[in-house]
Design a binder for this molecule. Structure first.
Ligand code: HEM
Length: 143
């Protein structure tokens, strides 16, 4: 299975398809929270660690905000909307300098994690395609 990182032009916003809800059915909310935890822990070891909250409590809170979103996008309870309001993710990322390279590193962390999940190839690819495409929307700074 190849999880390929697409290269998009700066400012391009390719059409996004939501990941399949079966992913949440199979992994459960705890599985999604663990995936996001693992992802943030890899980011913390990356060159882009300074982008993320440095204080432990705030870092854990960031994991929670993100996993709330992913549970919601996978068809689960609307935790993110309840706790934060409308996602407006482009706007929420606009305070952070997200370059093409930052997106690649962010995706590389998921490349390490997704194949280890107890999911069929079809479901892993569904999750990957969503991340691969939607992450391009967050790129807001030229190198
Ligand atoms: C599919 C793509 C992505 C999704 C769905 C996503 C989702 C989220 C969500 C839900 C939040 C919390 C927003 C809030 O409640 O204020 C967040 C925060 C953040 N994201 Fe992303 N993100 C994506 C891509 C990226 C990329 C490529 C980067 C670059 C490294 C990035 C860096 C950050 C940073 C620095 C924060 C702030 C941390 C915090 O919550 O305090 N994100 N993201």
């Amino acid at each position: 299975m190849e999880l390929k990182i697409n290269d998009y032009q700066f400012g391009e916003r390719p059409e996004v398809t939501r990941p399949k809800p079966e992913i949440l059915t199979i992994l459960g909310e705890s599985g999604i929270r663990k995936l996001v935890d693992d992802h943030y822990n890899l980011l913390k070891k990356s060159d882009y660690s300074p982008l993320f909250p440095q204080e432990e409590e705030e870092f854990e809170a960031a994991k929670l905000r993100s996993s709330d979103f992913f549970i919601q996008i996978l068809g689960g309870p609307e935790y993110f909307n309840q706790n934060r309001g409308q996602p407006k993710l482009i706007y929420r990322h606009s305070n952070f300098k997200i370059t093409k390279k930052a997106r690649i590193v962010w995706l590389e962390c998921y490349q390490q994690l997704l194949p280890k999940l107890n999911l069929s190839e079809e479901l892993i690819l569904s999750y990957w395609n969503y991340l691969n495409i939607f992450s391009a929307w967050m790129v807001n700074s030229k190198e």
